[in-house]
Design a protein around this ligand. Structure first.
Ligand SMILES: Nc1ccn([C@@H]2O[C@H](COP(=O)(O)OP(=O)(O)OP(=O)(O)O)[C@@H](O)[C@H]2O)c(=O)n1
Length: 444
């Protein structure tokens, strides 16, 4: 089997082999190329020790020198070249205690996580596939190399990686591998929040976010995202819903495009439902104030998983306003846009549609028609350039001070009162009108 290696990758492999070492493209790049996907990066594995790699190439960076990885720079591109390793005993299901180099490719491949990730290739030898990775690629199976209990014992993150690969590739997890995940999932508590976050996001923005179901069924979410377990276990005894909160959430993620902020919003938009419910005498569940509480809970989850502030802020705002449904008159829509902030639109419409599509079919057409009309009205308001924020108001704090109003809290109060007036009627957004209104009505 032949793989078309990028020119620079061939160059590095040739340079190493001409110097008497072995070298292969390995791991994800081989897997992705065989699947007809474009690899994110090309990793090279070699029998040369890090110092020997450095001696052969002009520009190198000691990326992970302690673990045998040197980045070789060719032009502006960097390629990770890692010495064949047998990882020592793992200390905490995370970090190998010591790295032992080996001269044997097989030893290096044996320590890798899944059969589909344990293939190596160079032009001279062709594909090296000792663990039947090709067969598993064809069958669509994620299977550990060797004993899954050992592989997951070495690095617990691999359990979440298994589900992430299943979600990205549309594969299923082989039974023994799945069984080992169920046994060892509690070890994920020892993995850093950053590593978990990276894998979780890759899973969420994949072609199959419904694999969150596997995250639940294997007991992974119990450890990394217990809030999701509560959602999976929360029935919605309410005529608008035909699923548990968790199942609704999964449908909602599938109904929105694979964007990090949008998928995270759908994942958490109803996170507070299990804690915001009352039951009436007929046994029907009623939810109160769950969007605001949900944003609060999502905020805490984002902090725990060490998400960046921008993602946290955007998702929490979308959660807060996802169920805000103003009457369809322009003044009410302008006020709604002001409440949520214009940055949220049009993402908010995408969220609303996905939420509706993931609920029971009853009344769906009418609800979608409402969102369409809401969006058209919003677009008209934007096209006209109606004032929606303090920034767009025809008077500023400076103007008010210039008219003799004392700097301080009162200025903010007046500006907010003027904005309320203008949101009601955008024609009033002229300096002349607003100043005279202020002096007559607001300047006490
Ligand atoms: N916990 C891990 C992480 C990585 N690997 C091995 O290192 C390779 C490279 O890892 P990484 O770049 O994290 O993943 P990729 O497989 O390249 O996939 P992606 O680029 O989609 O993350 C993997 O293919 C696998 O052989 C492993 O055995 N165990």
């Amino acid at each position: 089997m032949r793989i078309q290696l990028p020119e620079k990758v061939s160059k590095i492999i040739n340079c190493l082999t001409e110097a008497g070492y072995e070298a292969y493209a390995v791991g994800g790049c081989v897997r992705d190329t065989l699947l007809g996907r474009t690899p994110g990066d090309w990793d090279i594995t070699t029998s040369a020790k890090p110092a020997e790699v450095k001696a052969l190439f002009g520009r190198t960076i000691d990326t992970g020198i302690l673990h045998g990885t040197v980045t070789v720079m060719l032009g502006k591109e960097g390629f990770e070249v890692t010495t064949y390793r047998i990882d020592g005993e793992y200390e905490d299901a995370r970090h190998p205690k010591n790295v032992v180099y080996t001269a044997n490719l097989l030893e290096d491949l044996k320590r890798r996580d899944f059969t589909i990730n344990a293939m190596a290739y160079n032009d001279a030898e062709g594909l090296i596939d000792v663990f039947d990775g090709i067969a598993d690629l064809k069958k669509g199976v994620i299977r550990c190399v060797g004993d899954p209990m050992d592989r997951f014992g070495e690095d617990a993150l691999r359990m979440l990686r298994a589900v992430r690969f299943a979600a990205q590739l549309g594969f299923s997890i082989e039974e023994k591998t799945r069984g080992a995940i169920i046994s060892l999932a509690p070890n994920l508590s020892r993995i850093s929040a950053e590593r978990i976050q990276t894998e979780l996001v890759k899973l969420l923005v994949s072609a199959h976010p419904e694999e969150m179901r596997t995250v639940y069924e294997t007991g992974i979410s119990k450890v990394i995202l217990p809030e999701f377990d509560a959602m999976m276990e929360e029935e919605q005894r309410n005529p608008h819903h035909c699923y548990t909160v968790g199942e609704h959430t999964i449908h909602a993620m599938c109904a929105i495009r694979p964007d990090k902020v949008l998928r995270l919003t759908m994942l958490f938009h109803d996170v507070a439902k299990p804690v915001c419910r009352t039951v009436d005498e007929k046994g029907i569940y009623h939810y109160h104030g769950h969007p605001a509480k949900g944003a609060q809970m999502a905020h805490a989850i984002f902090r725990r998983l060490k998400f960046d502030c921008d993602t946290m802020d955007r998702v929490c705002r979308l959660i807060t306003w996802h169920d805000d449904n103003p009457p369809l008159d322009e003044a009410s829509v302008r006020k709604a846009v002001h409440r949520a902030g214009i940055e949220q639109y049009p993402a908010l419409f995408l969220v609303k549609r996905a939420d509706i599509l993931a609920k029971s079919k009853a009344g769906q057409k009418e609800k979608l028609a409402y969102v369409d009309a809401y969006e058209r009205m919003y677009e008209e308001i934007r096209r006209r350039g109606d004032c929606l924020t303090l920034k767009e108001l025809a008077v500023s704090g400076k103007d008010l001070i210039g008219a003799g109003i004392k700097p301080g809290k009162q200025i903010g109060e007046i500006l907010n009162a003027l904005l309320a007036l203008v949101l009601e009627d955008p024609q009033k957004n002229t300096k002349e009108y607003l100043m005279s209104y202020t002096l007559k009505n607001l300047f006490i």
